[in-house]
Design a protein around this ligand. Structure first.
Ligand code: HPA
Length: 263
């Protein structure tokens, strides 16, 4: 089992949380006091080829809590496989994770939210229409997503943001497949459907986490106004440039949250 290999290198103590870092946010992995393993040395871990990611697993302590951090993720758009993150998510479960906290870079559909802000996910819209559980042939596949984003964790993260003096909104994240950005018409449509932010990740990982019986929470770092809401040209360069601004806030909230859990 892959988890045995990881435990051999990083220690037997179970982890409490699995953290998944999005585009431009991978440096948080380097702040964990622990042992890093390159994805290349973990059979079944998809090598995250998108620039701005940090493709290694780090197991250790952050604010006194044992965590495993995925420094990068692979996206649906890279291979057309919605379950591309299944092995890493299952591995977090095998290492003992009670919950995952996913992070991502996202565009905001909500004009009052600005680049550099952070938004916690209350819920999502699977607009990509893909699902990582297609092909799973047990009744376990019929996963309830009524409380996909755990209410208690959301309350904890909200309290952490307050305690850390960081403004954090919350809202609905819509998953688009990418890799092209959305059209202004798509953004107008998804806004009417109830989305506050759009992005190309997180939803399949949350579905997989729920499938494996873990709780889930997620936070978006807003890197841009969604298509049509500003004259700015959308690009991955822009995402990578803007992510570190919100990443500072994200890191404060995550650290404070873990601190609250460490007692
Ligand atoms: N759309 C989709 N994904 C994104 C965006 C966006 O505007 N910004 C960062 N990731």
């Amino acid at each position: 089992m892959l988890a045995d290999l990881i435990r051999k290198k990083t220690g037997a103590e179970p982890i409490k949380y699995g953290l998944i870092l999005g585009s431009g946010l991978g440096h948080i992995a380097d702040q964990v006091d622990g042992v890093a393993i390159d994805y290349a040395d973990l059979p079944g871990f998809p090598y995250a080829g998108v620039s701005g990611h940090n493709p290694k697993l780090v197991v250790g302590n952050l604010e006194g809590v044992r965590v495993a951090v995925l420094g990068g993720r692979m996206h649906y758009y890279e291979r057309g496989q919605a379950d591309v993150m299944r092995v890493p998510i299952e591995t977090l479960h095998q290492l003992g994770a009670e919950a995952i906290i996913a992070t991502n870079a996202a565009g905001t559909c909500e004009p009052n939210t600005r680049p550099g802000d952070i938004m916690m996910l209350d819920d999502h819209i699977n607009f990509a229409g893909a699902n990582p559980l297609i092909g799973e042939d047990t009744d376990q596949r019929f996963v309830s997503l009524s409380d996909a984003y755990d209410p208690e964790m959301r309350a904890g993260l909200r309290a952490a943001a307050q305690a850390a003096n960081v403004e954090m909104s919350s809202g609905v994240y819509a998953w688009f497949s990418g890799p092209s950005f959305e059209t202004p018409a798509e953004i107008r449509a998804i806004r009417r459907m109830g989305a506050d932010a759009v992005g190309m990740s997180t939803v399949p990982e949350v579905i997989l986490a729920r499938f494996f019986g873990m709780k889930a929470a997620a936070i978006s770092v807003i890197t841009n106004m969604a298509a049509g809401l500003s004259s700015e040209n959308l690009s991955h360069e822009h995402t990578k440039k803007m992510a570190p601004i919100g990443a500072k806030k994200l890191e404060k909230v995550l650290r404070q949250y873990l601190l609250q859990q460490s007692g």
